[in-house]
Write a protein that binds this ligand. Sequence first.
Ligand code: SF4
Ligand code: FES
Length: 360
Amino acid sequence: MSEAPKFKVTIDNITIEVPAGTTILNAARMIGGDVTPPAMCYYSKLKESGGKCRTCLVEVSKGSEKDPRPMPKLVASCRTTVMDGMEVKNITSDKVIDARKGIVEMLLINHPLDCPVCDQAGECDLQDLSYDHGTEGTRYEFARRTFEKEDIGPYIQLHMTRCILCYRCVNTAQELTNRREHGILERGDHSEISTLLGKALDNEFIGNVIDVCPVGALTDKTFRFKNRVWFTKPVDAHRDCPTCSGKTRLWMRGDEVYRVTARKDQWGEVEEWICNECRFEKKETKDWVIEGPSKVSRTSVISQGHYVNTEKAHVLIDKVIGKQPQLLMDIHAISDVNRPEIKLSEIEGPAHSDDFKGSV
Ligand code: SF4
Ligand code: FES
């Protein structure tokens, strides 16, 4: 079989060759770091996903080598494939930054500001996105949506007010279970996740919808309100499971297992789906063979302080913007104490009084 031809694409001034058919988002993921657009609905582990949330919008400033005209509108990078010679702007485009701000505002229009009591806090994609791109206020003056509470079973808690209608849980259930029992009902701002008849979701792989949900709309009832995620310590563990691979991540405090989830990759996506028994019923350390601390590769509150092997961004900002960043304020020019000829960050050992003005 002949290999797919390679296309050259430049994203934020960084050029990479990717197989034809690669989306802009996946090409950006191959570069990594800040060049990668955020994705709230795309999920590479699912056959169907993307195109719903618009957080991954980018500007195509050159369509291709053959047709260099820019694309007239921003495009969803998860749904647009690269062309040979294409040039894309993500963080180097003011239009993109502005649009993303608007999208975050839109996603937050109906989202409750209940992070202090939400189990997803600390590992919520919407929380991260609003810190990166949101504004401090909203212009929305109407009452937020409310829903009748729906019980979807003993393991999964549905908080419909937090849902951003990304469809990830629907696509996950569609692919992993024999007969999907939930979906999105109604249209427009009446849309809601529901089983319609208040049925329990009880397929043995249904717990995976918790892991794919980018917000706190679907959470684990066995972990609810038990601990904040940043107080727990993730360790990789496995067991001999007859249903799934048994490779999981345990969230522990001391010797106690508070929560079991699938292992996630650097994009926060599940590596291997796990079964309900591993997730909800094996909460003792003796149930597991512990492999060691998890590699938390996302820049996240979870990796603060006490975890090893966190991955640092390998694309530096000067490469992305094609020049050294502009210094907004030169501290030496205005400081009464610093000596401009001495770079304090480069001297050996701690600074000494000789290194400051007034000592000479
Ligand atoms: S419940 Fe979560 S995963 Fe499902 S559509 Fe809503 S936000 Fe997406
Ligand atoms: S990630 Fe592309 S539209 Fe949601």
